[in-house]
Design a protein around this ligand. Structure first.
Ligand code: SF4
Length: 368
């Protein structure tokens, strides 16, 4: 493959050129395009806008389950039989303690997530109070994900000091009715427009693996570009038992990385987050996500656990990146009972093999 194509991709993305759909499809599907040069080209763009920093986001399910909506991928919706722990809105003390914990863990941004269709005016008031208190106590940015928000709600949240509103598009407009019937793609777009009009930063992303085509991924990535989304979580479907949708199409680590690169080329300055499902879908290639993406979730997702915190921080350090936090990465690793002096792989200390490990055939013989 002619190397000039990779250079051209990086240069055009940095210049603000919108890549043609046909070229975007090639990025996802053309096996002739090699993964490492593609990731390097995406990294050139990432480096200009975000350097070597990784922005760590920590989620707090401030309210979990009991949602009347029927999003097929979600364990909290009415169609799901997943064995999650349902609860109403956490107490103020709990939410504030978790904000403190997120800050101490190196979180650049604290994301409060509320299940449900959308907040009532009373809930908006509660959120405003929480946002003001958190911002007064900790130097951390605050993001809220609370479902559909109207114009007045978005303005009130902005006035309270909210930095970002999250509301994911999740899939393409055409596929939306197959994924959810209780609200529409347009409802979701409207919320994003209200956030934008109120002066809030917009966080909105997609879930890959719900049967979408390459063209649909490109459509969503371009829609988010036209919205000027500052933050784009790219999720990979997490197959939660009991959900209506646990599998639609196979994802390979290479494909997931190509998707992240595509989002980077189309949204060069955005925070591209390798979000839910990255551990399971990227597997042994997880560290490569740091080249197109500049952001990760730490401490798991809404209802599923993620990678071990120390392992993820060490992965960032090993690859030569650092974190966007007032707390140095080295200090965080130290706090996590870093075991640098003893050799450990994936959290497993050195253990000597036993006689049984070394001579399995002898053991078998002995039992004959
Ligand atoms: S994604 Fe949000 S709106 Fe949809 S079911 Fe889950 S909590 Fe409810």
């Amino acid at each position: 493959m002619d190397r000039s194509l990779y250079t051209e991709l990086a240069e055009r993305s940095l210049a603000g050129d919108l890549l043609e759909d046909a070229l975007c499809v090639r990025l996802l599907e053309d096996a002739q395009l090699e993964l490492l040069p593609l990731l390097d080209a995406a990294y050139q763009v990432r480096r200009v806008h975000h350097g070597h920093k990784v922005s760590i986001h920590i989620l707090n399910n401030a309210e979990n389950g009991h949602c009347p909506e029927d999003c097929a991928y979600c364990a909290q919706g009415r169609g799901s039989e997943a064995a999650i722990v349902d609860y109403g809105m956490k107490s103020e003390a709990e939410i504030l303690a978790e904000a403190q914990r997120a800050y101490a863990a190196g979180g650049h941004r604290y994301c409060m997530v509320f299940s449900g269709r959308g907040p009532s005016p009373r809930r908006i008031q509660q959120l405003c109070h929480l946002i003001k208190t958190i911002k007064a106590r900790y130097p951390i940015e605050v993001c809220v994900s609370a479902g559909l928000v109207d114009a007045a709600g978005a303005q009130a949240l902005k006035a309270a000091g909210l930095d970002r509103l999250n509301h994911n598009l999740n899939t393409s407009e055409d596929r939306y009715p197959q994924i959810c019937t209780t609200h529409s793609y347009q409802d979701r777009l409207d919320t994003l427009h209200h956030a934008r009009s109120a002066g809030l930063e917009v966080c909105s992303g997609m879930i890959i693996g719900m049967g979408e085509t390459a063209a649909e991924i490109i459509e969503v990535a371009k829609t988010l570009r036209s919205l000027g989304a500052e933050s784009i979580p790219v999720n990979f479907l997490v197959p939660i038992e009991g959900n209506a949708l646990t599998y639609a199409n196979e994802l390979t680590p290479t494909y997931c990385l190509r998707v992240l690169a595509l989002f980077r080329f189309l949204n060069p300055s955005a925070d591209i987050r390798a979000a839910a499902g990255r551990e399971g879908h990227l597997r042994s290639m997880e560290v490569l996500c740091l080249y197109p993406a500049n952001s990760l979730f730490l401490d798991g997702y809404l209802n599923t656990k993620g990678g071990d915190t120390q392992r993820v921080l060490r992965m960032i350090q090993d690859a030569g990146f650092t974190i966007q936090s007032e707390i140095p990465l080295e200090d965080l690793l130290h706090q996590q009972n870093d075991s640098r002096e003893s050799f450990a792989v994936e959290g497993h200390q050195v253990q000597l093999k036993t006689d049984h490990d070394l001579k399995p055939s002898m053991q078998e013989e002995g039992t004959r």
